[in-house]
Design a protein around this ligand. Structure first.
Ligand code: ARG
Length: 634
């Protein structure tokens, strides 16, 4: 017997086995179990007969009859469903299934454990989740929102399913642009213009942009001035700019060399910049209720000593070869395919012709470390979909190099969980009015503010401090849910108005559903003197699933373990979001139709109260798994 308490999962495995027994030549086939289209005919249906008919050369109704004959013997089916008969076959060969009267109640009771029916994993894996990925000396902006919260949600679901998760914040902290800002900060500190001890990320962000500008000479402008003879003044200005930029760039290059050699002075400045960046990043992630700690940081710099060795290793084993002075891993062999089984258009460059290493080289080192040092069997990267080619190249090169090989002969799974862009309401990339990237802290502040307006109106009676705490949670939940509920590969439009609404498919709506259940429990205690403590007897009260709304709610609750599993397998948080929205909707219909505290009799009241409690626990667990903060009242 299977462990699952989800009727769909149970029916799926029973009908799968019955189909394999009836048609051994077919082997494993999806029995296509769905909720019944007509409640009068049953609760579920199996639609496999129609699709199998052609393959086995028999009329669909005969196929259905053969499956029904075998299904009758399946213990899971006997346990939860009314016996199948010829009358169970309808129309073109649909098999109708009706659950036994007490099946939902007993499935719910078996799911009503602290684990909420989620089984321990068959194998506990170590899963490395690449998330956040901010860059040194730069404020977190809306572009980092998705990498942080999608990555965190995935990390959480893997943990929830019993796996060990290693979070990796692949901080962009190495290379020429970093040397540019380091050189600038070092020079300014030396000149007494800034104080390293009190420097803030905002200052660094400004210095970063300025360093970029200062190191970029307007060579095209100078050429134009020369070509069109625009006069000595324009020429002199541009000449000065270009030669200044050349000097700054040369200084940055020498700073890079010093950085790589851990020159004490430069290295100390760089460390200070890194410290400020990581502290701020960790603080913003905490505000977002995303778990990204300082110790989860594994910057590009942490791989710098391994890159030469990796390149040598690949050259020695003939995996990398020279091409126009650069070193590349060719990916045009028969085994070099991307996730979709397609060929990869370009080779993976691991060293430039000037001897410099690339983003890809570091990511190869990252894969090697995650597999060999952390023992990860799955590597998931929550990174912008525009980096898809990069990851396909790196993954293929890593497989080729054996960097994904685990001890024991298995190969780790490498997966890019890419995501689309955040758009403004004008359909263009989301920016401030002046065209700047929107800082994440500003975004959180505004969501908090807008949520305050709503919470102050609705919960005027609560003390100020509590209202503020609620507004904070509602604001963050609004931003996160509005992001996570979309198919991650698609772009989505960021709309404060829509996301902070308490109605519709929003974070606040789900938080409200949970708070409402908590309020029912509080009322049960205050008005009916029912013990609602952790081991309260009502949590063992017999469940009676009688009304259609109770049935729908029970069926929704039972889908929870499956929803978690499906989110984890597809690396798609929106699957769990959809589940929670359905659950909240089913609860709302139940609550409208079925009185709880004023039920006709004590037994019904306790059963319904238990149903409320179980729904609340599933909501809480699901929201927490997505990384959404919850509140007990609002
Ligand atoms: N810092 C990179 C960027 O801003 C993202 C890092 C993603 N992670 C990785 N392992 N490449 O684009």
């Amino acid at each position: 017997m299977s462990e699952s308490s989800d009727p769909i999962a149970l029916l799926d495995s029973a009908f799968r086995a019955a189909t394999a027994a009836a048609f051994p030549e077919i082997g494993d086939a999806d029995p296509l179990i769905t909720a019944s289209k007509q409640a009068a005919l049953g609760d579920f249906q199996a639609n496999i007969a129609m699709s199998l008919s052609k393959r086995v050369g028999k009329p669909p109704r005969d196929v259905a009859a053969a499956i029904v004959a075998k299904a009758g013997a399946m213990p899971d089916l006997q346990r939860i469903a009314e016996p199948l008969t010829d009358k169970s076959i309808a129309g073109h060969g649909f098999i109708n299934i009706r659950l036994k009267g007490d099946a939902l109640a007993s499935l719910l009771a078996s799911m009503d454990t602290p684990a909420l029916g989620v089984p321990a994993p068959e194998v506990t894996e170590t899963i490395a989740v690449d998330l956040c990925g901010v860059n040194l000396a730069k404020q977190m902006h809306v572009g980092h929102l998705r990498a942080t919260i999608i990555g965190d949600a995935l990390a959480r679901v893997f943990e929830r399913l019993g796996h060990k998760v290693v979070r990796q914040n692949h901080l962009g902290d190495w290379g020429l642009p970093i040397a540019m800002v380091t050189a600038k900060i070092a020079a300014d500190a030396k000149a007494g213009k800034i104080d390293l001890a009190t420097l803030r990320l905002d200052d660094l962000d400004r210095a970063y942009k300025q360093a970029q500008r200062e190191c970029t000479g307007d060579e095209a402008g100078l050429a134009a001035v020369e070509r069109f003879d625009l006069g000595p003044k324009a020429r002199a200005e541009l000449e000065e700019q270009v030669s200044g930029a050349r000097e700054k760039l040369a200084a940055a290059k020498s700073t890079l060399v010093k950085l790589q050699a851990h020159d004490p002075e430069i290295y100390a400045v760089w460390q200070r910049i890194a410290r400020i960046t990581v502290d701020e990043c960790v603080a913003v992630c905490a505000r977002l209720h995303a778990t990204v700690r300082a110790e989860d940081t594994a910057g590009e710099s942490s791989y710098s000593n391994e890159l030469g060795e990796i390149v040598d290793d690949l050259v020695n084993r003939n995996i990398a070869e020279e091409s126009d002075g650069a070193l590349v891993v060719r990916l045009d062999g028969p085994g070099d395919l991307d996730d979709r089984g397609q060929r990869i258009s370009e080779p993976c460059i691991i060293r430039k012709s000037d001897g410099g290493f690339l983003y890809a080289t570091t990511d190869l080192a990252g894969i090697r470390r995650r597999v060999r040092k952390f023992g990860a069997s799955r590597l998931v990267y929550a990174v912008d979909a525009r980096q898809s080619l990069h990851f396909q190249q790196v993954f293929a090169a890593a497989r080729k190099a054996g960097y994904a090989d685990m001890t024991g002969g298995k190969v780790a799974t490498l997966r890019h969980a890419g995501f689309g862009m955040v758009l403004g309401e004008d359909g263009r990339p989301f920016k401030t009015r002046s065209g700047e990237n929107v800082k994440l802290t500003d975004l959180i502040d505004e969501a908090h503010q807008r949520a305050s307006a709503e919470v102050n109106r609705r919960s005027a009676a609560l003390p100020d401090a509590e209202r503020d705490r609620i507004a904070e949670a509602v604001g963050v939940a609004a931003i996160k849910y509005a992001d996570l509920c979309n198919d991650r590969m698609k772009d989505y439009v960021f709309s404060f108005d829509r996301m902070v609404a308490f109605e519709g498919n929003t974070g606040p709506y789900l938080l409200y559903a949970f708070a409402r259940i908590k309020s029912i429990l509080r009322k049960a205690q205050a008005e009916k003197r029912i013990d609602t403590g952790p081991n309260a007897p009502f949590r063992k009260a017999p469940l009676a699933i009688v009304q259609p709304q109770e049935k729908t709610l029970a069926l929704a609750i039972l889908r929870y373990p499956g929803a978690l599993k499906s989110m984890a397998e597809a690396c798609e948080p929106h699957r769990l979001c959809g589940f929670l929205y359905d659950l909240a909707g089913a609860f709302s219909s139940f609550y409208d139709a079925c009185p709880v505290l004023s039920a006709d009799n004590e037994q019904t009241m306790l059963s319904r109260l238990r149903l409320c409690d179980l729904t609340g626990r599933v909501l809480y667990d699901g929201l927490t798994t997505l990384g959404l903060p919850t509140v007990e009242r609002m």
